[in-house]
Design a binder for this molecule. Structure first.
Ligand SMILES: C[S@@+](CC[C@H](N)C(=O)[O-])C[C@H]1O[C@@H](n2cnc3c(N)ncnc32)[C@H](O)[C@@H]1O
Length: 214
């Protein structure tokens, strides 16, 4: 018989949860995420993420040197009710996939969040239907493959960001327009719609959407 009650978690909060925070601004934190954070005794995240919960009464820990070290630490502290914070949605280029595989999917709860990608499409009033989702965060994308799709959304990092993506488009002479969403949901959010030749060298934390310009 299912242990689930109307709050979705059964009588007890799950021991280990990976909780999506949404794009950043607290308005996009879901009630489910809030409830898990309120019920846990240990919160793990980046310094920036932890700072979003100044009144949290339990223990806070920043991520250690690696995901493997974090997983070992979680194994050794299985008695604690722990929430690991993830930006956006934990299962879109987030920590959820690694922890589900490493800890065993049945040993953790994943609480979805609003991805920065989803947020940008809503701001653009553009359907996400048929979008190809990709990331340059810590990896080198195959741009020949990516640019074979008419609608691509990418999370990026400081090594391969809008400027490098624009250069890859120009090198292939593809008719594309780029939309760059910086600091999405924060007060300094900026959204630029540009042809690749006009993309600047530096942007703050961003999501890039690449659309066929024809
Ligand atoms: C490791 S990925 C995580 C993506 C996340 N799981 C999601 O669903 O949005 C981190 C990247 O997401 C993007 N990102 C996350 N939050 C953002 C925001 N508020 N504004 C712009 N980009 C954001 C950036 O490209 C950042 O480098």
């Amino acid at each position: 018989m299912s242990r689930t009650t109307e709050d979705g978690f059964g009588r007890d909060a799950p021991r280990l949860s990976v909780v999506g925070l949404g794009p950043g601004d607290g308005r996009y934190l879901t009630p489910g995420a809030r409830r898990l954070i309120d019920r846990c005794s240990l919160l793990i995240g980046s310094a920036r993420q932890l700072a979003c919960f100044p009144d949290f009464p339990g223990e806070k820990r920043t991520f250690g040197p690696s995901l493997a070290a974090l997983a070992d630490w979680l194994d050794a502290h299985a008695e604690l009710t722990t929430v690991v914070l993830a930006s956006g949605d934990p299962m879109l280029y987030g920590i959820g996939d690694y922890l589900a595989r490493r800890m065993g999917a049945e040993n953790l709860h994943i609480e979805p969040g609003i991805s920065a990608v989803q947020y940008l499409f809503s701001r653009l009033r553009l359907p996400m239907n048929e979008v190809y989702l990709a990331s340059s965060h810590g990896r080198a994308p195959d741009f020949d493959f990516l640019l074979s799709h008419p609608k691509v959304a990418m999370v990026t990092d400081q090594h391969i960001g809008p400027h490098e993506i624009a250069r890859e488009i120009l090198a292939r002479a593809r008719p594309r327009v780029m939309i760059i969403g910086e600091n999405l949901s924060y007060p300094d959010e900026r959204i630029h719609r540009l042809p690749p030749e006009r993309v600047a060298r530096h942007y703050a934390m961003n999501v890039v959407v690449i659309l066929d310009a024809r």
